[in-house]
Design a protein around this ligand. Structure first.
Ligand SMILES: *Cc1c(COP(=O)(O)O)cnc(C)c1O
Length: 404
């Protein structure tokens, strides 16, 4: 731990979350004495199989579906890939039209881009300034050969909750499969895939206090889908490979806790979130809230600050013991502004000068006090040295540096 910092505070729950002690406790036996292969017929195998099916029931209860409609995968990314490629490639048809949006996670956008190379037609819908999709626009984008609508439930960067119920009923009326990436929604939005007309739903263990490397895809009975990983035929032939038993047990426990505690924990996070959203613009001059005012996840607060470079902000906050994130990511050594913020119409500078604070069920009032105490000073200190500061015009070659 860094000298001088009493405690590290974690405000980056959209990136990942801590495995809860109850989850760990449930998993450990399946890493030690209960190491059977669920496909084996003997007692070792049966013990593992029972645990896998128990977990499947927990996920089914969380989503209000049948346990047979849950397919375990290696995470949110694989679930998104399976949903999109699996539907698109059904029976080797290799053609059709897909509707998605500019706000999606790369795990949705990249498979769609990839499918384009094989002749698929993809419509990528724009979003409003506050990051919302217009359900009417989804309806107008439908063509005769539309085979899939893939629109996320809630955005991982700015927390916008999309009109997924409206989109679900539009898709149902037209008999088009509707996939939603609900990775960020679990534990924050009550889910009901039946009532909401969802055909495919992706989730990921590590985003709701389960382990990393485990996820699931809900596949409504009757949905026409091909596997993308072939082999021994596990998971009803939709996802071969020997099951990640400890991971499956972990995500099942996490699902049980998410469902049990949803009301209490979301209320708690909302109170803290509202305080942060209200206080930051009061405490920091020239700061603005990004995203939708009301249609947003209970744990998401997102800001932008004039004359601030996000990487510097994150490093300074980290130095003070606070973990948060910004609206740009370092990929291949270049500073890329977030495609989500750009889609909302922010400039590169605005996207770079942004801060994402994402709360978890374990954050406290005192931690929020500390953030609000530290942030104004950090921002004003950075502004004094900022190349973007209007008092100090940027010289050629300055700025845009990237800290890996
Ligand atoms: C994290 C995330 C993913 C990817 O999940 P992994 O389990 O890390 O592969 C996909 N979609 C959204 C919205 C996410 O936040």
């Amino acid at each position: 731990m860094t000298a001088g910092i009493k405690k590290r505070i974690y405000f980056d729950h959209s990136a990942t979350t801590r495995v809860l002690p109850e989850v760990e406790e449930a998993m450990v036996p399946f890493l030690t004495e209960k190491w059977g292969n669920p496909s084996s017929l003997h007692a070792f195998g049966r013990e593992a199989k029972i645990a896998v099916e128990e977990s499947r029931k927990n996920l089914a209860m969380l989503l209000n579906c049948d346990p047979t409609e849950i397919i375990f995968t290696s995470g949110g990314t694989e679930s998104d890939n399976l949903a999109i490629k699996g539907v698109a490639m059904y029976k080797g048809k290799m053609k059709g039209h897909i509707i998605t949006t500019k706000m999606e996670h790369h795990a949705v956008l990249e498979p769609c881009e990839w499918l384009k190379r094989f002749g698929f037609d993809v419509t990528i819908l724009p979003v409003s300034q506050d990051g919302l999709i217009d359900a009417g626009e989804v309806e107008r984008a439908i063509k005769n050969d539309t085979i899939l609508i893939s629109i996320m439930m809630a955005n991982n960067e700015i927390g916008t909750i999309q009109p997924y119920k409206e989109i679900g009923s539009i898709a149902r009326d037209r008999n088009i499969p509707f996939h939603t990436d609900a990775v960020q929604a679990i534990g924050k939005i009550p889910l009901d895939v039946k009532a909401d007309n969802i055909d495919l739903l992706s989730l990921s263990g590590h985003k709701f206090h389960g382990p990393k490397g485990i996820g699931a895809l809900y596949v409504r009975k009757g949905t026409k889908i091909e596997p993308i990983i072939q082999g021994g035929g596990q998971e009803r032939g939709l996802r071969s490979s020997t099951e990640n038993v400890s991971g499956i047990v972990g995500i099942g426990k996490a699902a049980e806790l998410a469902r049990r505690d949803l009301e209490h924990t979301s209320q708690r996070m909302k109170v803290l979130r509202d305080r942060i959203i209200k206080s930051v613009p009061e405490l920091v001059p020239r700061s603005y809230v990004n995203g939708h005012k009301t249609r947003r996840l209970v744990n998401n607060a997102h800001f932008r600050f004039d004359f601030i470079e996000g990487e510097g902000l994150i490093l300074q906050l980290d130095f003070k013991g606070i973990a948060a994130s910004t609206g740009s990511a370092c990929s291949t050594g270049a500073l890329e502004p977030s495609h989500v913020l750009l889609a909302m119409g922010l400039t590169h500078e605005q996207a770079h000068g942004s801060l994402r604070v994402t709360l978890g069920r374990e954050n406290t009032e005192e931690e929020v006090d500390y953030l609000l105490e530290v942030l104004p000073g950090v921002v004003s200190k950075l502004r004094e040295i900022s190349p973007f500061n209007e008092k100090r015009p940027m010289s050629p070659g300055e700025g845009g540096s990237c800290v890996q």
